[in-house]
Design a protein around this ligand. Sequence first.
Ligand SMILES: Nc1ncnc2c1ncn2[C@@H]1O[C@H](COP(=O)(O)OP(=O)(O)OP(=O)(O)O)[C@@H](O)[C@H]1O
Ligand SMILES: [Mg+2]
Length: 277
Amino acid sequence: MSALLEVNDLVVEYGRGRHAFRALHGVSLDIAPGECLGLVGESGSGKSTLGKAILGLAPVSGGRIRFDGREIAGLGRSARRALADDIQVVFQDPYGSLNPAMTIGDILAEPLLTTGIGAAEAAARVRAMLDRVRLPSTAMERYPSEFSGGQRQRIAIARALVRGPRLIVCDEPVSALDLTTQATILDLFIELQRDTGVSYLFVSHDLGVVRRVCHRVAVMYRGELVEVGEGEQVTRSPQHPYSERLRLASPVADPIAQRERRSRWLALRGAPDAAVR
Ligand SMILES: Nc1ncnc2c1ncn2[C@@H]1O[C@H](COP(=O)(O)OP(=O)(O)OP(=O)(O)O)[C@@H](O)[C@H]1O
Ligand SMILES: [Mg+2]
C-alpha cells in the first residue's frame, strides 16, 4: 500500500543566520493508512518539531513532506486550513488547548461549522462523537474546567476526530495522566483507529506506551532518526545503542532487575557520543 504521509530528508531550522538552530537534520519516514507510528527520543531530540512541521507550524528549510502524494510543506494559509479536514492534532495538555470559555458542545461543533455544516447536523455529529469517546451527551452544556484530565483528553480526541481526519499527530497525549487513566485513553486510541482507519504519529518518551499502541516505532536522537522498526523489536531489543539507552532508562518493577538496568544505562550513558551515534 502506498504511504499516506511521506517525509523525505526534512530539515527544520529555528532562527536565522548566526543564531540559526537546526532541530531536524534530514529526517525521512512514512506512515501508511491506518498505521500508528511511534516516535520516541529524549527531551529536546526534535519529536514535537517533526509533529509541528507536519502541521505546518515549524520552519521547514529543506526536504519534503507529502500527504496523499501532495507536497504540503510551505502551503499557504487557506490551503493549510483546508488540510485540517485531513490532518489533526492532540496535545499533551488538553486544558491548554481547549478554550475554557466555550462549552464542550461549542468546542466540538466549531470545526464543523467552519466547513459550512448546518447547526442541527453539527449537533448530531457532536453527540455521536461524544458517544464514541464515552462521554455523556450532557457534556455538551458543560465547560472544560468541569472535567477531569482524562475526560478532557477524551474531549480533545473527539475534537481531533470530528472532521474525520486521515492522520492525527498525537504529541505526548497521555503523558500528563495517571497510569490507570493512561491505559484507558490508550485503549480508546486503539479502538478509534480500528473503527475509523485513521493513522497516528504518536509521540511519547515512554516505550511502554508506544509498545502498546504503535505498529512501528522510530527513535529520534538529536534531530536524526537512528532506528525505525517493528514496535516490539525496537522497544524490547533495539539495534542502536541510543535506543538501548532509552530502553534501559525506563524503570521496571523488580528491584534487582532495576539495579542491573540502571548500571547498564549508566555505562551506556558514559559512552562517548561517537559510540552512541
Ligand atoms: N520555537 C523554537 N525556537 C527555537 N528553538 C526551538 C523551538 N522549538 C524547539 N526548539 C528547539 O529544538 C529542539 C527540539 O525541540 P522539540 O520540542 O522538538 O523536542 P522534543 O523531542 O519534543 O522534546 P520534549 O520531549 O521535551 O517535548 C530543542 O533543542 C528545542 O530547544
Ligand atoms: Mg515535545
